[in-house]
Design a protein around this ligand. Sequence first.
Ligand code: GTP
Ligand code: MN
Ligand code: MN
Ligand code: MN
Ligand code: MN
Ligand code: MN
Length: 204
Amino acid sequence: MGDRGLLSRAEALRLEPPTWCHACHALLYAPCSGRLFGRVPLRFALLMQLRFDGRLGFPGGFVDLRDGSLEAGLLRELLEELGPGATGLEVGPEEHAGARPGSSDEPRPGQRLVAHLYVKQLQPEQLRDIEEGAARAPDHGLEVLGLVRVPLHTLWDGSGLPEFLQQRFVGSARDQLLDALHRLNLVPGHELERALSLARRSPN
Ligand code: GTP
Ligand code: MN
Ligand code: MN
Ligand code: MN
Ligand code: MN
Ligand code: MN
């Protein structure tokens, strides 16, 4: 879960086209007072999406020079993928949480990807608005098949986060998720370690 290979926004911007292309995705989360089964505290609601390719990832996408800035491109993608609930979202350079260069996937032959992640805490009502608007997003049913909340709890039988971590993720999305859970302490350290070791058991 180390931050090895994580670049700052400025460092990543030195990686230029045509060799490099940039993608920006957003991890949006909010405090959550709910209890599962009236018992297990949920603590946070954190959004990911099921994609057209059957994998899980964060909302966002490719950003290019026409977007003007990384953040403007991210906002355009969020409006396409999340719909009207994303209208009032403000995501700036302060929310940049690191970029991963040259992960396994090549967007186009010979090209390498820099994957930026932005992390933003929302009010519970803002997150709810995004969920409610998601089915009205231009990309809903096309590139995006649905928003999901990530189970952050681990139940007595090892289900919850450990099972979720055995899903398929796009690019470095799984590492991005784990880094953020760790750095924002959305899951306490010992619980995250336990979830990770349970997740290494044989998949279904
Ligand atoms: P198009 O409009 O079809 O181009 O899709 P998009 O602009 O929404 O791009 P998309 O989000 O599918 O992906 C952009 C690039 O980032 C691709 O190379 C993906 O493999 C990769 N990618 C997609 N989602 C994530 C994510 O959550 N995390 C990371 N690290 N990479 C991702
Ligand atoms: Mn039930
Ligand atoms: Mn998109
Ligand atoms: Mn996308
Ligand atoms: Mn796009
Ligand atoms: Mn598209």
